[in-house]
Design a protein around this ligand. Structure first.
Ligand SMILES: [Mg+2]
Length: 196
């Protein structure tokens, strides 16, 4: 269990989506296998956030798959990461939830979030699509979020420099020593949050 000096209030924390709530890499590998016959790559082989640095899939195929994932979370059978749905469900009655993604368009992924959280009314889920990883930090500063759960270490670095607490959601592509809090499950995230 991770002990913080002060527990996090539900309104102080925001979330990345891909690699934190959505098991996007699983969908990526499923499409690579089913549609492109690429069967030799497993999730543990993905040791860098930047796929071209760690796996031998032609770049045009990587881009084609990512394009599909971005445009069509339902057609690509995107599923939640274990425990994410239940945790967000628990948070919804306590606070509106904010998600900040580098996806270019918030529409499809917002629909997907509502599909996994049918109890959330429109105003409870606030999804901001920045289109670029580098813009996340300014958005989070403007909103006044204190904690952000993220799987991309570069983004965690920029948050850290701006005084926002990055919480790394452990994935094969973000291992290694970092100064950030690191969680390996949604259970660990929920243990850091205090409900009134
Ligand atoms: Mg992510």
């Amino acid at each position: 269990m991770i002990r913080l000096p002060k527990p996090i209030a539900p309104s102080e924390i925001a979330f990345d989506i891909d690699g934190v709530i959505a098991d996007t890499m699983e969908s990526f590998l499923n499409i690579a296998r089913k549609e492109f016959g690429i069967t030799h790559i497993k999730k543990d082989h993905i040791t860098s956030y930047w796929l071209e640095d760690c796996i031998s899939i032609p770049i045009h195929i990587t881009h084609a798959i990512i394009d599909r994932l971005v445009k069509d979370p339902f057609g690509t059978a995107l599923t939640p990461i274990e425990g994410a749905r239940e945790a967000l469900s628990t948070l919804i009655p306590h606070s509106s939830l904010t998600f900040v993604t580098a996806r270019p368009d918030s529409g499809p992924i917002t629909e997907w979030l509502h599909s996994i959280l049918p109890e959330a009314t429109r105003h409870r889920l606030n999804v901001i699509a920045t289109g670029e990883h580098a813009k996340k930090v300014d958005v989070l500063k403007a909103i006044g979020v204190s904690y952000f759960v993220e799987d991309n270490l570069d983004t965690c670095d920029s948050l850290y420099r701006e005084g926002i607490n990055a919480i790394v959601f452990d994935q094969p592509w973000n291992r290694g020593h970092t100064p950030f809090l690191r969680v390996t499950s949604w259970k660990e995230i929920m243990e850091m949050i205090k409900f009134d």
